[in-house]
Design a protein around this ligand. Structure first.
Ligand code: PLP
Length: 400
């Protein structure tokens, strides 16, 4: 049988003292040792199951990290205070000054800014941005000092699908690490099973699903995770982007409903996408057969979770995008807000918000229209009613 992330999660039991169905939260920054030599051994990474300090490991964070690792089919995981810190810690752990990275040109704007501004200026690490669906272009960018191919399984905001098995083949052949941000497609896509070396997440989005906190995660080999928290050289240990344990406990509870939420997000997004298409609106949804990545996603995704909850429409101008979003918010379709994976529908104009870090010229080059409205479709019970409200706005604004 193929890998099923939800089944892997189902096997996770977190039984704890006092018989609560949810684990006891470990509300401590530091931990007691019975003897000083055990403490010394722990600092030297020689002990198993000993906690020394919560910036390194905390039992509650470990429960969430273990659950995420199981879901990814990873040896190990570590949880961070944000998706950005998961990305930045991973990159800085793998790369040294003077190294080079190949990245998808359509990524989350924060990642783009870290790559295009921060890394070159602070660390002399250069990043080449490519159309990640063009495998020849990826190969052409490989240099002797290249260390990483970075992509998002489904890119933000253009919803391109990364061919992870082929990218992994290229990475392996050239001794590079394939690092994949799977924020848009948890459970749907299992990057490590498709050959990635490290998978990173913004847990802020689908995995937590409540928009009540910012958090992130890194999953990969035990060796890699241990290197991140090495007391002498570990980026996570030394830069300290640790997740607060009570938050980890809260996210762990939400993780166990992720499979149901992903199915409903996908169902509702597919419904709205088809309606946009039938109305003649320029719609981008990987679940539609004419999407360039539809076949590929069908081949690499896990069955049962659909084609995801993200859709994008192109209204050509920011003014039109703004008018539609204002109307939709007034009609109760959802909120004009950045972020995604929330139970309510969220929409934003990507070029002026979550991709505003990408210079306009680059936006044009990658095909990001100024009128692009990205939707994270919510868990609405009556999605036909939601469409009726969207349609009313489209008609009022003479867009259809
Ligand atoms: N990766 C993707 C694909 C995102 O969309 C975002 C945020 O929008 C991030 C990473 C950053 O995550 P966070 O806001 O949790 O730091």
């Amino acid at each position: 049988m193929s890998f099923n992330p939800a089944l892997e999660l189902q096997k996770i039991m977190n039984l704890s003292p006092f018989d609560g169905v949810n684990p006891v939260i470990s509300d401590s920054a530091t931990f007691v040792f019975s003897k000083s030599d055990v403490m010394t051994d722990t600092f030297e990474g020689k002990t198993e199951g000993c906690f020394l300090y919560s910036r390194h490991w905390n039992p509650t964070n470990m429960l969430l990290a273990n659950a995420l690792a199981a879901m990814e089919g990873a040896e190990s995981g570590w949880v961070t205070g944000s998706g950005m810190s998961a990305i930045t810690s991973t990159i800085l752990q793998i790369c040294n000054t003077g190294d080079h990275i190949i990245s998808a040109n359509t990524t989350y704007g924060g990642t783009y800014a870290f790559f295009s501004n921060y890394l070159p200026a602070k660390f002399n690490i250069e990043v080449s941005f490519v159309n990640i669906t063009d495998l020849e272009a990826v190969k052409k960018e490989i240099r002797p000092n290249t260390k990483i191919i970075f992509t998002e399984s489904m890119t933000n905001p253009l919803l391109q699908i990364s061919d992870l098995p082929s990218l992994s083949e290229i990475a392996k052949k050239n001794n590079l690490k394939l690092v994949v941000d799977n924020t848009f497609t948890p459970m749907m896509v299992s990057p490590l099973k498709l050959g990635a070396d490290v998978v990173v997440y913004s847990l802020t989005k689908y995995i937590n699903g409540k928009n009540d906190c910012v958090a992130g995660a890194i999953c990969g080999s035990e060796e890699f995770v241990n290197s991140l928290i090495d007391v002498n050289n570990g980026t996570a240990m030394l830069l300290g982007p640790v997740l607060d344990p009570p938050r980890a406990a809260s996210i762990l509870k939400n993780l166990h409903t992720l499979h149901i939420r992903m199915q409903k997000h996908s169902f509702n997004a597919a419904f709205i996408a088809q309606k946009f298409k039938d109305s003649g609106i320029n719609i981008n949804y990987p679940g539609l057969q004419d999407h360039p990545g539809h076949k590929l996603l069908g081949e690499i995704m896990n069955p049962d979770y659909g084609f995801g909850g993200m859709i994008a429409i192109d209204l050509e101008t920011t003014d039109k995008a703004s008018d539609l979003m204002t109307c939709m918010q007034e009609k109760g379709v959802g909120y004009l807000a950045v972020s995604l994976g929330y139970f309510k529908t969220l929409f934003s104009n990507s070029g002026t918000s979550t991709s505003s870090e990408v210079p306009i010229e680059e936006q044009k080059k990658m095909g990001l229209s100024e009128g692009l409205v990205r939707f994270s479709v919510g868990l609405d019970m009556d999605i036909e009613l939601t469409w009726k409200n969207i349609e009313a706005c489209l008609k009022k604004l003479k867009m259809i």
